[in-house]
Design a protein around this ligand. Structure first.
Ligand SMILES: [Zn+2]
Length: 615
């Protein structure tokens, strides 16, 4: 109380100095003292938050690798202590006259008190609810053609490898039957509790909080505009895939002019169509399918650790340091064979303790996991690059940037030159055919996720804001899927089903529009790195032929950006990369990258008389 009073008086005195414009020296001294005491307070806060985040990471790790009732209980306790501490910090923060602080201090203060404010009971219920949801998801058993598959990682493989439509349908609907209905009530409860927490913090609902995190004004309009730029490419890709599938389909499942049934696209969520590549280009000599890259990897490597090393090698070539030894000993690379049931969804974790960063995967030696490793490594190197920052700045320029880094490196690693280096291509054919095959392969991975993520997040924003009610969850989910992705469920759905729960990020309540933004941002970053190594369109070379492997200049520029953490707004971070005065998130580099493929798709769809569009 006394302290508050003194501070208030102090503000008055400062105000007097400012308004009367007296000689600068005493005023400067006052400012300096005030800011010094703010620094002291903030550094204590940073240290405490860092310790709490470390405890939280350790407990979450325990639950993800080996869920026990004790660990869930501990985590729940920790969460309650943390929300109490956060509430205290929010109160204490009010004592500071923000306008008198430095810009860095202001930024820290702003980051101090955002997020949900839950009471003890709500926190406890929330932890129990989310843990149960994750358990349903990771322990679901689905029987397909007499064989049992456990969890996402096993069943998703079936979707990628099988081309028999009835088996695909069994896996598609089996997974949704296993995870959907038991999750609906829990999901609804999770949304409600989170909303109570953000409402206590003065916001309307959780979607508002999520949008704020990205620091983009008018986010909905921005993503709509970005998508309007990319949509023509998606529509052509959709038309080509549908045309090809219906031409080879003897069963009549895929119609040449209707939306595509969601189970035939090579993926549980129709978000990555890469497994279809061999079907799409059956007679192309330059086609080297995913199978081949997987075979090369299996021939060369006997352990998953070696695969991790090869993924790390790309970062080393850019001048990054090898990952710390604790990473190699503490990570979970492959599914344990001791009966534990870990959460196998690939993820990277910062433990906020020196260099303790870890990877969680149930990895296998195949092309898909090889590129997932590059993605996760982007997170790990980001964690390490900003580990010197105070806790409140130990995060990405935004979550979209965090997601983009590893994928920027995937763009670099998927070039024809690098696939040759890895032995995924046998000879340097480097002709037009090869270029189209490589671009198509990438587009099948990178383009469907754009409408997929837009549909997912628009649905969830609507749910959080209360515009979409529980009795229309599933129906609106599919309405958005049709509108953005041009896909339909292969069998009838009702509100007894809860298909959103088939996706990890829905049941784990992870925001998703970051992946949409990341998919666009990563090509923009890739272009910036190309230019820093004197390549790319400005240097007379198409963007898709840019090879940054071994470029120290590109690595330096990337590290410079990564090391900022969240100490500056995202556009400052982007400026470090692009050297543009007022950089914006821009879909043009993505369109430039795929331009040869876009042209080719338009010509092929015309030549083959394929229907374009899905409305
Ligand atoms: Zn990620």
């Amino acid at each position: 109380m006394g302290m508050d009073h003194r501070l208030a008086l102090f503000h008055l005195v400062l105000l007097f100095f400012v308004t009367c414009q007296v000689s600068p020296s005493p005023r400067n001294q006052q400012f300096e003292d005030y800011r010094n005491s703010a620094d002291k307070w903030l550094s204590i806060v940073n240290r405490k938050l860092e310790q709490a985040a470390n405890r939280h990471a350790i407990l979450s790790w325990q639950i993800h690798t080996n869920r026990t009732a004790e660990a869930v209980n501990e985590l729940s306790k920790e969460e309650r202590a943390r929300s109490k501490f956060n509430a205290e910090l929010c109160e204490e923060r009010k004592r500071w006259a923000v306008e008198l602080l430095s810009r860095t201090q202001q930024r820290m203060m702003a980051r101090l008190c955002h997020g949900t404010q839950l009471n003890e009971n709500q926190t406890k219920t929330l932890v129990e609810t989310t843990t149960r949801l994750q358990a349903i998801y990771s322990e679901a058993v689905v029987n397909v053609a007499g064989h049992n598959y456990t969890g996402e990682s096993e069943i998703k493989d079936v979707m990628a490898k099988t081309r028999d439509y009835s088996t695909l349908l069994e896996a598609w609907s089996g997974w949704r039957n296993a995870v959907g209905p038991p999750s609906k009530e829990l999901f609804h409860r999770m949304i409600e509790i989170n909303n109570l927490g953000v409402q206590a913090a003065g916001l309307h609902d959780t979607s508002e909080l999520w949008k704020k995190e990205l620091g983009i004004d008018n986010l909905e309009k921005v993503v709509d505009d970005l998508y309007a730029t990319v949509r023509p490419l998606y529509v052509q890709l959709h038309a080509f895939v549908r045309g090809r599938l219906s031409a080879i389909d003897k069963t009549g499942v895929v119609h040449s002019d209707r939306p595509i049934p969601a189970h035939v696209l090579g993926n549980m969520w129709a978000q990555n169509w890469e497994p279809l590549l061999p079907l799409l280009l059956p007679n192309t000599a330059a086609l080297s399918g995913a199978e081949e890259a997987t075979l090369v990897l299996r021939k060369r490597f006997s352990s998953f650790n070696q695969l991790v090393e090869v993924a790390q090698d790309f970062f080393l070539s850019l001048g990054f340091q090898p990952l710390p030894s604790s990473f190699w000993t503490r990570s979970q690379f492959v599914r344990p064979n001791d009966g534990r049931k870990p959460v196998c969804h690939g993820s990277a974790t910062d433990f906020y303790s020196k260099e303790d960063v870890r990877l969680m995967m149930c990895g296998e030696i195949n092309e898909d996991d090889f590129y997932t490793l590059h993605h996760e490594m982007g997170h790990l190197y980001y964690f390490l690059a900003y580990s010197h920052q105070p806790f409140l700045f130990r995060s990405g320029a935004s979550s979209a940037f965090h997601e983009a880094i590893g994928d920027t490196i995937i763009y670099a690693a998927m070039t024809t030159q690098h696939r040759l280096r890895l032995g995924f291509l046998s000879t340097n054919t480097n002709n037009k055919d090869q270029e189209i095959v490589d671009l198509l392969r990438q587009a099948l991975v990178k383009i469907p996720i754009l409408p997929f993520s837009l549909a997912l997040e628009k649905w969830r924003w609507g749910v959080m804001a209360g515009q979409i009610k529980p009795n229309e969850y599933n129906q609106v989910w599919w309405k958005f899927k049709l509108k953005y992705q041009g896909i339909v469920p292969p069998i009838e759905r009702s509100e007894k089903d809860f298909d959103p729960a088939s996706k990890f990020h829905i049941i784990s309540n992870t925001p998703y529009i970051r992946y949409f933004l990341s998919s666009i941002l990563q090509v923009q970053i890739f272009q910036a790195l190309c230019e820093s190594s004197q390549q790319g369109p400005r240097f007379g070379k198409p963007l898709n032929q840019c090879d940054i492997y071994g470029s120290i200049k590109a690595g330096n520029r990337l590290r410079e950006m990564l090391s900022l953490g969240s100490s500056h707004p995202w556009n400052v971070a982007l400026k470090v990369l692009t050297h543009e005065e007022n950089p914006k998130i821009d879909a043009q580099p993505l369109m430039d990258y795929y331009q040869p493929l876009h042209k080719w798709l338009v010509m092929e769809n015309r030549r083959l008389n394929y229907t374009v569009g899905f409305h």
